[in-house]
Every structure is written in C-alpha cells, then in structure tokens.
Design a protein around this ligand. Structure first.
Ligand code: SF4
Length: 270
C-alpha cells in the first residue's frame, strides 16, 4: 500500500514528498478552486511527468481545451479499444488539430490476441468487466507507469461512485490522480463549451450525451441521466478506470479465462 507520493523535477535536483495527510489537505483546499487553478497547480508541480486521459466524447472538450491552454505540451492518453464510433475517432482528429494536442493512443496488450480472437466482438456481452479490463484498465495502468500524475475529467454528478471521489486521489504505485472538474455539473460543461465556442461531438445532437465504445453506448432521452446509455441493461456504470479495478493486479476471476490463459502476465512469445 503506497501512502506517499514522490515528485522528482526534471532539471532540478530536489525531491518533494507529499504525505497522505498533505494530499488530503490539498484536496480539501482545492474544493473552492476553479478547474484552471487546479490544473495549473498540477502542471507546475509535475510537468513533464503528468498526463491527461480523454475518451474524446461529448463531455471531454472543456478539459482538453483547458489543459492545452495551460500546458500545450501535455500528453493526452486515448484508449483506442478498437470499438469506438467512427465519429469519435474523427472528433479526436479534429480536436488534435484545433487544440494542438499531443495524443498517445493506448491499445490492449498483445498477450490477449488469441483470447480476443476467440471471444472478440462478443466479449462485451459475455463479460463486460473483463472486456473493460483488457481494453481499458490494463492499458491505462501501463501508461500510468510512465508518469506521476494523471488528470481526469470525472465529475461528482455523473455516477454514485464518482459522488464520493476527491480532487486528489492516491492510486497504485504512488500515482496521483487529479480530478479538476469534480465539482462541475453537466450545465457547467455546456456553459464552458458555449462561452469558448468549442467543437461539439457529432453524435451529441443525436442524443448521445455520454459516449464510450459503440457496443456499450446508446442515445438517451431528454429525461434520462446522461450516462443512462452506457452499458444500458447490463448493471454496469463504470469501466473500471475510476474504481478499485484500477488498483487490481490482473483481470480477476472470469469463467471465460478458465483453461485459456493460465498466466495473463506471460508474453505470448515466451
Ligand atoms: S465499454 Fe464495452 S466494448 Fe468497450 S471495453 Fe468496455 S465492455 Fe468492452
């Protein structure tokens, strides 16, 4: 269990250590700060060992706009699951061009190649948690080993799980997760988008308020929650990036793995 975070500064010869208590105090003081103030602190504290993750969906635009203005060099991680709407991939290209983003696509590990070939396009129906672990959680865990801080776009009003999140959270291996939009609402996202005349995801006007992989996303009615179209009918509300699954080693137990992948950490060529 990690309880400290060590920050090393490129070009500087000092180390700064935050205790869990200091992180809690900082997080508490940030409750009254704007997202831009929080992002500025994060960049000044961790750059260049910091990244932002984005799914390039309808809700992603304000955060990407802010971070690209505060730190034009910041790395943006995108989980390329292979199952996105083509509109999302086009939107990613557009935002990359217009905001000048430095995007790094993340893919599932090659050790899953045979497994995916077998279950492939049905895995999200048979075991969506396993599918999310393979396509999202594990690639992000690996990407996060290359940085010390991770900026996300989650908001408290999105899910019950996120309601209890903190602005600063210590994750596995000493990684600090920073959630600058935590206190924002859906209306705040819309206001910022309008004020800055930002691009809108092409599926937004078709009722897609929250957009993930195509097989697990449907449009929602006006009277529905914006995330009601995510894993609809599957009893699942989170992919695992923002739950305990992110601190999990390995895919956990799934009947689909029985007898198929004895050692998921073993390279297929070994
Ligand atoms: S959102 Fe659906 S398709 Fe995408 S990784 Fe998760 S279960 Fe698989």
């Amino acid at each position: 269990m990690w309880d400290i975070l060590t920050k090393s500064c490129i070009g500087a010869s000092f180390m700064t250590v935050f205790s869990q208590e200091e992180i809690d105090q900082l997080a508490s003081s940030m409750e009254s700060q704007t997202p831009q103030q929080i992002i500025t602190w994060a960049v000044e504290t961790f750059s260049p060992q910091i990244s932002v993750s984005s799914s390039f969906q309808a809700q992603s635009v304000p955060l990407l706009h802010m971070v690209s203005r505060i730190d034009p060099e910041i790395l943006v991680f995108f989980l390329d699951t292979g199952l996105h709407f083509w509109e999302t991939l086009m939107f990613r290209e557009r935002l990359q061009r217009e905001f000048g983003l430095h995007i790094q696509n993340l893919y599932l590990d090659k050790q899953w190649k045979n497994f995916i070939e077998r279950f492939g396009r049905k895995l999200y129906d048979q075991d969506p948690d396993l599918c999310c672990y393979i396509r999202k959680v594990q690639p992000m865990q690996r990407a996060m080993q290359t940085v010390r801080a991770w900026i996300t776009g989650i908001r408290r009003d999105q899910t019950a799980n996120r309601h209890n999140a903190k602005i600063l959270e210590l994750e596995r291996d000493g990684l600090l997760k920073i959630n600058p939009l935590l206190n924002w609402t859906r209306q705040d996202v819309q206001n910022y988008t309008c004020e800055h005349n930002l691009p809108v995801h092409p599926l937004f006007e078709k009722g897609y308020r929250s957009i993930g992989c195509k097989p697990c996303t449907r449009a929602v009615r006006q009277d529905e929650d914006e995330r009601a179209g995510r894993w609809s009918g599957k009893g699942k509300t989170e992919c695992g990036l923002h739950t305990e699954m992110f601190n999990q080693d390995g895919p956990g137990k799934s009947a689909l793995l029985n007898g198929f992948l004895l050692n998921p950490n073993q390279d297929e060529n070994q």
